[in-house]
Design a protein around this ligand. Structure first.
Ligand code: BG6
Length: 479
């Protein structure tokens, strides 16, 4: 086979909190994303855990107002030829506090209408249950996913939506980029992945492991439950894969790269294989971590392995144990350091651009799990310029995507990787997760809004729009 499969899911990806807006309408509760302020390139977002503060700007509150404009946007997606749209359900539209006894009908209705609109236009919804969004009340009342009760709340939420949409949604994913918290010490990731409330002086790494295990149990329960609700469901996990290369051929560099990779692979190892890998059991033992994981829960992990691996790919990294080459140190890994890979370029935000890394990771993950893969995020965040004639000539975005799609195709047609589809990130400009900026743009469709929240929200096509449309119509035959 020299071509991509005929049923390849070409699409686009977004997430509820970055696109919808409507943060306080239709009975929606406050989510962890609603209390994140705007940062900028190099400046972190603040998380106002106490609630909404008067003097702060919260870019996700309005986002691009997809909540009210989705019909117009779906017409543009249809024109582009999308076969799939990956988005998420905002948990707080369904259970405003997370532990409510009854779901919120207005929220359920919103997604009924949205999915109907997609389906009637020939677009398959691909749905993440928790894309960096957890009811804020679960943080305050339970400390987030460190608490076992939150497993039940998540499963209850999943049962509600999977039952309601069982004839509308076939492709599901449980937790977005669940392995981002592997880096441990970043507040942004422990917040967005697990909404963890840390107590003074406790060991953060141990708590993150506990929250992660609780999420992995929740995910396994949902996979099992989902298959009971509809045996045709395809339920995957969602990982952020960042291939890490040894900077030199020094054996210790290879070992450091393997260790750093394993730290992130741990999550998909459990999702796909159904048990905690030895390298993590040993780490818990060595560090004296008492992770609460019962033998019944171990059975659940085994029974709820995923159908496919969904993942994002944006960049690669490099590590070394060499002295005097710069870089910054990684905790725990025998003096290993991260450093810039001189063989690849980087975006304005310092993300290393490495198309071959996509082919490499596709091969590595496919060999590791022998499961179908789905690239559910890949894209180029960049500053766009509106020309005098109103056009946006985003050739740099086309170049990035083209080079990645070329490598993706090689992985499929030459290496035999089983790949379900490709949904580039931010098919339309949306609020950046990392910085809260609007001007870190990924879209093929421009949205008139700036970092301060000013703009008409008008949509317009960039040059990449027609490029992607043609690519889909030819199934990337000429690439
Ligand atoms: C992934 C997330 O980490 O990368 C998305 O799943 C996010 O939510 C995307 O938007 C790009 O990151 P950023 O920070 O450029 O928006």
């Amino acid at each position: 086979m020299k071509e991509l499969p005929k049923n390849f899911l070409w699409g686009g990806a977004v997430a509820a909190h970055q696109i919808e807006g409507g943060w306080n309408v239709g009975g929606k509760g406050l989510s962890t994303a609603d209390v994140m302020t705007a940062g900028r390139n190099g400046v972190s977002r603040k998380i106002t855990t106490e609630g909404i503060l008067d003097n702060e700007y919260y870019p996700n509150h309005e986002a691009i107002d997809f909540y009210h404009r989705y019909k117009e946007d779906i017409q543009l997606f249809k024109e582009m030829g999308l076969k799939a749209l990956r988005t998420s359900i905002n948990w707080t539209r369904i259970y405003p506090n997370g532990d409510d006894l009854e779901p919120n009908e207005a929220g359920l209705q919103f997604y009924d209408d949205l999915f109907d609109e997609l389906l009637v236009n020939g677009i398959e919804p691909v749905i993440t249950l928790s894309h960096f969004e957890i009811p804020l009340a679960l943080y305050h009342n339970y400390g987030g996913f460190r608490h076992k009760k939150v497993i039940d709340f998540f499963v209850n939420y999943a049962r509600t939506v999977m039952t309601r949409y069982k004839n509308k949604v076939k492709y599901w994913m449980t937790f977005n980029e669940i392995n981002n918290q592997a880096d441990g010490q970043h507040d942004l990731h422990t917040w967005t992945n697990s909404a963890i409330l840390f107590e003074e002086g406790e060991n953060r790494e141990a708590i993150i492991y506990q929250a992660a295990i609780n999420e992995l149990i929740a995910s396994a329960k949902v996979v099992k439950l989902g298959h009971e609700i509809n045996p045709d469901f395809q339920i995957g996990c969602m990982m952020a894969y960042v291939p890490v290369y040894p900077f030199s051929s020094k054996p210790e560099d290879q070992m450091a790269a393997l260790k750093v990779m394993n730290r992130r692979f741990f999550y998909s190892d459990v999702h796909a294989r159904g048990y905690v890998p030895n390298y993590v059991e040993k780490e818990w033992e060595a560090k004296g971590y008492q992770i609460n994981l019962t033998s019944d829960e171990r059975d659940i992990l085994r029974e709820g392995t995923v159908d496919y691996i969904g993942f994002s790919y944006y960049m690669s990294g490099a590590v070394t144990t060499l002295e005097n080459v710069g870089g910054y140190s990684i905790d725990d890994f025998s003096h290993a350091k991260w450093l810039e890979n001189p063989y690849v370029k980087a975006s304005d935000w310092g993300w290393q651009i490495d198309p071959v890394g996509l082919r490499y990771i596709l091969n590595l993950v496919y060999e590791r799990y022998n499961l179908p893969l789905f690239i559910v995020e890949n894209g180029f965040g960049a500053y766009d310029q509106i020309e005098e004639d109103g056009t946006i000539q985003d050739q740099y975005r086309i170049d990035y995507l083209q080079e990645h799609i070329q490598q993706m195709k090689l992985a499929v047609v030459e290496d035999g990787v089983e790949l379900m589809g490709y949904t580039p990130w931010g098919i339309i400009d949306i609020v950046s997760f990392g910085t809260g900026e609007m001007e870190k743009r990924y879209g093929f469709i421009h949205v008139d809004k700036d970092n301060q929240g000013n703009g008409s929200l008008k949509r317009s096509k960039k040059v990449s729009f027609d490029w992607y449309k043609y690519l889909i119509s030819t199934n990337a035959k000429e690439i």
